[in-house]
Design a protein around this ligand. Structure first.
Ligand SMILES: [Fe+2]
Length: 466
């Protein structure tokens, strides 16, 4: 890579200060947030991250008490429990929960544990019951958690059954079709916790999208290494060089919100600042034009004009996707909007499809985590493909009539698409590195990695609060 190809913009660009749409109106989804230092004045304490934060079981234990036991995390999708009695299991670290649709349409979540001897009530990922029957001694619990039966009750001394025999509930609230839980009964309401995120994503209506992919793979590194991978576009030029002809991974907009959340906007439909030819319509841009019903041979304009032409094509009522784009701002039509929901979820959000990744800590080993990928798409015209990089295989029924089963894959073939596969390959190489004496001075972060500073600052704020 040759720095000489970078334009003058790059000379004055400070990551975090760029606005994808300069001068965008206050209150618009594209409005640039204040800089990180405004929300996190302590950010410069996180220019170098000590190794122990990725490796030390004692630090992982602190995270369990201060972070996982307190915050809201996404447990699953409301669409998977559309009908009363439908439930899904959510495993988070050492805990397991069952999240169930009630007869009145509300959703409740409980620790997945029988109040008799502690056997897990459900072991499958999804199911539908009239009640929960423990498979060990057949105690029965209603959908709302109340104990309905103590088998052979007459053989229990009264004191053995003192207190509440209901399943232990946890807080459960939804946003945009995502069900969140918190183990902290004093947690602030979910919407308040999510701060600016619901506002900027209101136009996507994720609750109307359906699942076309559901994959889980165990990755041998700390959960933060996985999460951090998707918080910075700095790595893209070398890890995903194939995107440069049509994605500007340099001049990103970074936005910061309270409680550790953030967003990055990466412009799509123009060559990268690192890509020398800003003039000719390269094959990647030609492909995008073709998709939008524009003949690339006849396109009058430079490579840097393609993005605007694509936005205009989507604004047409009879656009080739069959999507009503009226609720989206221009940047959302084309660009990669990449919110991070602290502590462990990211989206790559596009109107035509959104890839959701969750980074789930291992129950006991800080050097492993589970990477969970969902791909959600809206109803489109038949034949419209899912954004290619999300890796939805061509033989998958994407019409929404079939909810694909959850797949458990291996590192040899994670089945998460080319781009996430490239990311996983990096993560696999990280844990030995961050554990090595050769990195005893710590992990060093650039301005392009400010969102990593933010999450470490947020973790420490939560640790200080316990
Ligand atoms: Fe990546």
């Amino acid at each position: 890579m040759d720095d000489a190809v970078l334009s003058n913009d790059k000379q004055v660009y400070r990551p975090g200060e760029w606005a994808v749409t300069p001068g965008v109106a206050a209150g618009s989804p594209g409005e640039k947030s204040p800089p990180l230092a405004q929300l996190y004045p302590e950010k410069d304490k996180y220019l170098i991250i000590p190794q122990a934060r990725y490796t030390d079981p004692a630090f992982a234990e602190l995270e369990w008490k201060a972070v996982w036991s307190k915050v809201w995390t996404c447990a699953g999708l409301a669409s998977d429990i559309a009908d009363p009695g439908q439930w899904f299991k959510y495993d988070l670290g050492r805990e397991s929960f069952v999240v169930v649709r009630q007869k009145d349409g509300s959703i409740k979540a409980f620790y997945n544990v029988c109040q008799h001897r502690g056997r897990q009530l459900v072991t499958e990922n999804f199911g539908r019951n009239h009640s929960f029957v423990c498979q060990y001694h057949s105690w029965v619990f209603d959908l709302d958690g109340k104990n309905r039966r103590v088998t052979d009750r007459e053989y229990f001394e009264q004191d053995a059954l003192s207190g509440d025999l209901s399943l232990k509930a946890v807080r459960c609230e939804t946003w945009a079709g995502f069900v969140f839980i918190s183990m902290d009964e004093n947690a602030k309401p979910l919407r308040e916790y999510l701060d600016g995120i619901p506002g900027i994503f209101a136009g996507y209506h994720f609750e109307n999208m359906h699942v076309v992919k559901d994959v889980v793979v165990e990755v041998p590194c700390n959960w933060k290494i996985g999460y951090e991978n998707f918080l910075e576009p700095y790595h893209a030029h070398i890890t995903h060089p194939e995107i440069q002809p049509a994605v500007d991974e340099v001049l990103n907009q970074y936005d910061f919100y309270r409680n550790g959340h953030g967003n990055a906007i990466t412009r799509v439909g123009l060559p990268s600042e690192r890509y020398a030819d800003k003039n000719n319509i390269n094959p990647a841009l030609a492909f995008l034009l073709q998709e939008a019903g524009i003949n690339p041979e006849q396109f009058q304009g430079r490579a840097t004009d393609v993005r605007q032409a694509l936005i205009a094509a989507k604004r047409k009522e009879d656009n080739p996707w069959g999507i009503d784009y009226s609720g989206y701002v221009d940047s959302q039509l084309m660009d990669d909007w990449n919110p991070s929901f602290f502590p462990n979820m990211t989206f790559n959000a596009h109107p035509e499809g959104t890839m959701v990744l969750r980074f789930l800590p291992h129950p006991s080993d800080p050097s492993k985590y589970l990477l969970h990928q969902w791909v959600l798409i809206p109803k489109t015209k038949p034949g419209v493909p899912v954004p290619y990089y999300m890796g939805v295989e061509p033989d998958v029924d994407i019409s929404g009539t079939v909810r694909p089963a959850r797949r458990y894959t291996t590192l040899a073939d994670p089945q998460m698409g080319l781009v996430v596969g490239q990311d996983i390959a990096n993560q696999v190489g990280m844990q030995r590195g961050v554990s090595s004496k050769g990195l005893s001075s710590g992990v060093r972060l650039s301005e392009q990695e400010q969102r990593l500073q933010q999450i470490h600052a947020e973790i420490d704020r939560l640790i200080a609060a316990i």
